[in-house]
Design a protein around this ligand. Structure first.
Ligand code: CAO
Length: 536
């Protein structure tokens, strides 16, 4: 059993737990960070002093703790190290200092209001080893204001920002990312216009390091440096408020933290923020990977215009949205519109009503459409196909599994009627009702949703005269069905009332050309108009 407690935190009384890196049951190795604590000036990772399994966690994010307070209990055999090293990072290394070191030497009266070039050095970082530059926030020529971020350095336990001791212009930057540094290393030269810095002798003390302190910037211990005009800080100078674990993660993932929005307390960037940033970048890049260069829709504060509510998308909606977006971006869609005369079909369907009731089945036009589509798919195999990964071959499927879009409370799902070509109208009607019922009660299994070769989206029970369904990729076509209406149709001698069913066939234009789609649709309408054709 090993207890991990709050290490020496220097001369601050209390620090806040800002991140739990482990949970009960996690296996940790020596030196793995277990908790991140933070004062108003610095954050520090508390590492595991032994390898083992986390048996209990005694703190929660937001708790205030003092030196020696119990954080984590580890159990199980494991290598252990002296708690003072490295579990207790020296206060100097992760400075929770409340008394900032003086940032610059005071200028002689003669130097007042004169330009001077001062050296900005790495401040006292104690006995921290392996300190490297992880961020250089300025370049030669940049104008900075006092306290603007210049450089971020990091040891294996903490990162610290080195702010500008004065307003001025960066003359020369002498370090670059990954360069090892130590106390006193010359970072850059700064020309301070009319500064209080000594003009001939460079200032030897940099401003105190700080961990992107959200609190008020450390005041110079001595004379005030003149503030720069408001033109100063470019976005690159912006302070990034993140702890070492987060900075390390960002570096591993190649994330520029200045572009990440922090959701932690006082705007601190958390690991989750970095991950969310990467996810959103990947989604945007995924959207643009086809060269479409789609600019993201800027976020807005809608509450500026009136009351709003936030309603999270259900998991089904989120997954559905991703699928539809992917399909929309990858598939060049064309939609062929037509109307089928279903007067005779409707007469036949209504004639089945009594028998359907006896069987306890509801027969809608959809079952006939499934049947007719199977017939057409056999005659036009490229509609029952997918393109292979290189878009060089059709994969023609010799099975006819028809996906049916079902509207549920949770979102849109597309269960599949397997081997629909081998089923009659009774069986199809029964299966459609069963699948719709399972979908609406969240009872669909994975196999119910897989293997579709062609889809139908029927809004006929709802209404509408036509729409453009999105192809359910990697399928290459989908039939949209709208509401049947009775219309006067010219029969060569007169206008006669006919039941007309609007159909919308969306297809992947890479796989199917317009003439093929036109023929498919024309023949589909003929088949539905006279299902005897399905016997031909
Ligand atoms: N024209 C006129 N009436 C129609 C019709 C049409 N094209 N299609 C169905 N109807 C009638 C039915 O006959 C039924 O009438 P009764 O209640 O008098 O018997 C009524 O409309 C309701 O039908 P239904 O919707 O319950 O059954 P269905 O077999 O037509 O459809 C299902 C089943 C699961 C596909 C459907 O309920 C559904 O969820 N549709 C929505 C699909 C969807 O969301 N698509 C959009 C996807 S893209 O965002």
């Amino acid at each position: 059993m090993t207890e991990i407690r709050v290490p020496d935190i220097g001369d601050v009384d209390e620090v806040e737990v800002i991140e739990l890196c482990v949970a009960v049951g996690d296996v940790v190795a020596v030196d793995d960070p277990v908790v991140v604590i933070e004062s108003d000036k610095a954050s520090m990772e508390v590492p595991a002093t032994a390898a083992g399994t986390v048996a209990s966690v005694s703190v929660a994010v937001g708790d205030t703790v003092r030196q020696g307070d119990l954080l984590i209990v580890l159990e199980g055999a494991g290598e252990s190290v002296e708690p003072s090293e490295p579990s207790a990072p020296p206060a100097k290394e992760t400075p929770p200092a409340t008394e900032p070191a003086p940032p610059v030497e005071k200028a002689s009266p003669a130097a007042q209001a004169q330009a001077a070039v001062i050296d900005v050095l790495v401040p006292d970082i104690g006995d921290a080893s392996d300190v490297v530059v992880i961020e250089v926030a300025v370049q030669a020529g940049d104008t900075v204001a006092e306290d603007d971020l210049l450089v971020v350095v990091e040891s294996d336990k903490a990162s610290m920002e080195i702010p500008s001791p004065h307003g001025g212009t960066v003359k020369e930057v002498l370090v670059s990312v990954d360069m090892p540094v130590q106390t006193g290393t010359l970072l850059l030269r700064l020309e301070t216009a009319g500064s209080d810095a000594a003009p001939t002798e460079p200032a030897k003390a940099a401003a105190p390091p700080r961990e992107a302190a959200p609190a008020a910037p450390a005041e110079p211990a001595q004379a005030e440096a003149p503030k720069q005009p408001s033109s100063a800080p470019a976005s690159s100078n912006k302070s990034v408020y993140a702890g070492p674990a987060v900075r390390r993660l960002a570096r591993e993932l190649g994330v520029d933290l200045s572009g990440v929005k922090g959701t932690g307390s006082r705007g601190r960037i958390t690991k989750d923020d970095v991950k969310a940033h990467v996810k959103s970048r990947m989604q945007t890049q995924g959207a643009t990977s086809g060269g479409s260069g789609i600019p993201p829709i800027p976020a807005q504060d809608y509450s500026r215009f009136g009351p709003v509510e936030v309603e999270p998308l259900t998991r089904i909606r989120r997954v559905g949205a991703e699928n539809l977006h992917r399909s929309w971006l990858n598939v060049p869609h064309v939609t062929q519109q037509d109307e089928a005369d279903v007067t005779d079909l409707e007469a036949f369907r209504k004639g089945l009503k009594a028998e359907a009731e006896r069987r306890g089945i509801k027969v809608t036009p959809l079952a006939f459409l499934v049947k007719a589509c199977c017939q057409l798919l056999k005659q036009h195999p490229r509609f029952n196909a997918s393109l292979d990964a290189g878009n060089e071959n059709f994969i023609l499927k010799r099975y006819y599994h028809i996906g049916l879009a079902v509207d549920t409370e949770q979102g849109l799902v597309v269960p599949v009627v397997r081997d629909a070509d081998q089923k009659g109208i009774w069986e199809l009607s029964e299966e459609i009702a069963e699948l719709a019922d399972k979908a609406r009660n969240g009872k669909l299994g994975m196999t119910d949703l897989q293997g579709g070769t062609f889809s139908i989206s029927s809004l006929g029970g709802i209404g509408g005269t036509g729409f453009t369904p999105i192809v359910n990729a990697p399928e290459v076509a989908i039939l949209g069905v709208s509401r049947m209406v009775t219309k006067p149709v010219w029969n060569g001698a007169e206008f006669a009332p006919r039941s007309m069913l609007p159909l919308s066939l969306s297809y992947d234009h890479r796989a199917i050309n317009g003439a093929e789609a036109g023929r498919f649709m024309t023949e589909l309408c003929q088949t539905i108009s006279d299902l005897r054709r399905a016997l031909l």
